[in-house]
Design a protein around this ligand. Structure first.
Ligand SMILES: C[S@@+](CC[C@H](N)C(=O)[O-])C[C@H]1O[C@@H](n2cnc3c(N)ncnc32)[C@H](O)[C@@H]1O
Length: 247
């Protein structure tokens, strides 16, 4: 199992510039990334300005910066220092460094105490772990650091999607994800899905027609998310039972 985790880590050990070139600078990557940002903005849970927020797998800050722009402070963790160096540069240029602590963190062994955070978000990270055992381990460790009543926002690849026929990575059954969360005391409160727009489709039909797929996705986002290929989830950790009051 350690080998598959290291493989995922190594896949993203490029420089921040190389990552951004692939993800956001090229026209096709930007189309997909803008689409993701719409889901992010729609689902990102609102928290108080003084809430403790963690992003794990922050990369070069594709979602860190929009999160900071909502006015919150956060800890941005990732296992790859090369990507975090780029994130640090970006937030310094934007004058956001005082609200963002950037640090190396491994999602399988977070350095935080139990129940430290009001919100943890982690986008396009869980689907990069190539078996359900790693995905379970990552989600369980994330849930550990969330306060009772706190929230988790993440995405995964759904195995019940037709896209699974051509998808080469690891997809998970939504029922299994629900079980993993339930085992950590978490309950799904909202879920939306992306049905159509993928990098493969953009490469196949070109950016113009792919925009149409993006528009259909947006219209379908609340429709049967458990059948979508990219499933965005917000879950809440159950609040602890208060102490019994005897008379
Ligand atoms: C597909 S990228 C997503 C980055 C960013 N969230 C985004 O959407 O642009 C996956 C990220 O997970 C990070 N990662 C891989 N293994 C990790 C681990 N064990 N702990 C923390 N982060 C990890 C990678 O370094 C990379 O930044």
């Amino acid at each position: 199992m350690a080998e598959s985790r290291e493989r995922t880590q190594r896949t993203y050990s490029m420089s921040g510039e190389e990552y951004d070139e692939w993800r956001v600078s090229d026209k096709r990557g930007a189309l997909l990334s803008d689409h993701d940002l719409r889901f992010f903005r729609e689902l990102f849970p609102a928290v108080e300005a003084d809430a403790r927020v963690l992003e794990i797998g922050a990369g070069t800050g594709r979602f860190t910066i929009p999160a900071l722009e909502t006015g919150i402070s956060l800890v941005a963790g990732d296992i790859n220092e090369s990507l975090l160096a780029s994130l640090k540069r970006k937030i310094a240029e934007l004058g956001l460094s005082d609200r963002c602590e950037v640090r190396v963190e491994n999602v399988f062994e977070l350095s935080f105490a139990d129940a430290e955070f009001d919100l943890v978000f982690s986008l396009h990270v869980i689907p990069r772990f190539l078996n359900v055992a790693d995905q379970r381990a990552a989600l369980t460790e994330i849930a550990r650091v969330i306060k009772p009543g706190g929230k988790l926002f993440f995405n995964f690849r759904g195995s019940r999607s037709f896209y699974n026929l051509v998808y080469a990575g690891h997809a998970t059954d939504p029922a299994e994800v629900q079980d993993i969360l339930a085992d950590s005391g978490m309950r799904i409160t909202s879920m939306q899905g992306k049905w159509l727009l993928t990098r493969k489709l953009i490469n196949l039909v070109g950016a113009g027609p792919a925009r149409l797929a993006g528009a259909c996705d947006w219209a379908l986002r609340r429709f049967l998310p458990t059948r979508a290929w990219d499933v965005f989830v917000v879950a809440e950790k159950e609040a602890r039972e208060g102490p019994a009051t005897g008379s």
